[in-house]
Each structure stands twice: as C-alpha cells, then as structure tokens.
Design a protein around this ligand. Sequence first.
Ligand code: ATP
Ligand code: MG
Length: 160
Amino acid sequence: MTAELAGPGAATAPPWLTSVFERDDVAALPVPPTATCALHGRTTSAAVARDFTDKTLRGWGLPHLVPDAQVVVSELVTNALRHAPGDGAPPIRLQLVNDRFHLGCGVSDASERVPAVSSWSDLSESGRGLHLVDALSAAWGWMLTRGGGKVVWALLDAHG
Ligand SMILES: Nc1ncnc2c1ncn2[C@@H]1O[C@H](COP(=O)(O)OP(=O)(O)OP(=O)(O)O)[C@@H](O)[C@H]1O
Ligand SMILES: [Mg+2]
C-alpha cells in the first residue's frame, strides 16, 4: 500500500504504520515486523540510529536500503533532538517497520509542534533536512499520538 502523496509532509500514514505507532489500540491491525530503538544520548543519538538501521536492515535482507534509510533516520532524529523540547520527556524513539513493499521509518518525540517545510536554496544554512527526507522517500508525514507527542515518519520503497 502506498500513502497518498499530497505535497511535502502532507501524506497520511498508511494503516499498517499507524497500527505500529498506536500499538495500544485495542482494534489494532496485526503489526508487521518492527524494530525499536530508544535514543537517550543527545550527542550520539543520530549515530546510534544509523548503526541500528544498518544492522536491522541487513538482518531483514534489505541491505540496498541502508544508505537512504540512514540519511532519513539521521535527519529525523536530529530534528527530534533540535526542535522537540525534551526536558523530562520520554526518550526519542526510532521504529523501523518492514511491510515487504515499503520500509517505514518513524521517529517519536514528546513535542506536539509539527515539522514545517521551509523554502531552501543552496545558500541556506538550515531547512535542508526535510527536503532530503522528501527526496528519498515515497511519502512522509507526521501524526500526533494519543499519549502526547508525535511521530514523524517516512516510507522508503523496499525495492529501492
Ligand atoms: N521533530 C520536530 N519537532 C518540531 N519541529 C520540527 C521537527 N522536525 C522539524 N521541525 C520543524 O521543521 C523545520 C524544518 O526542518 P528541517 O529538518 O527541514 O530543517 P532544520 O532542521 O531547521 O535544518 P537542517 O535540517 O538543514 O539542519 C525545523 O526548523 C523545525 O521548525
Ligand atoms: Mg533538520
């Protein structure tokens, strides 16, 4: 299943992905294979996320997705660290979801402030991360979660 792409960040997450992010839902669909990594260390989290992504995707037989997925999770984790207030909040969490046709990447944080795609040019010093995510993914977006906070997610085509 492919999420509708209605512009940067405007996509709605497909049900198999929301069923993972809202795992406590009594009516949840069966969830596809999922790997979860809690990220605590502020300076090392993006590197930990890249390493976790590498190991997980190789274990799932998806080594061809490693380079793009590492860029995507790195940008999403860095954004969660930089833009989502975290004092006393639950740790940032990376989830990788293997739906056979797509790899889902989700990064949860405790803030309900949502991503805002900015206009960006070669001379800009920031505002580049979500453009990279948009370029590398089939769809991406965010959803507020019932427990508070949100998940920013991206789907990569499993066939590369
Ligand atoms: N997890 C998030 N929580 C809250 N706001 C976010 C989050 N991710 C992105 N944003 C908002 O969206 C904007 C655009 O994000 P983007 O990653 O494109 O640029 P940046 O992080 O500002 O700069 P760069 O990624 O180039 O270092 C951010 O400046 C921030 O305001
Ligand atoms: Mg960024």
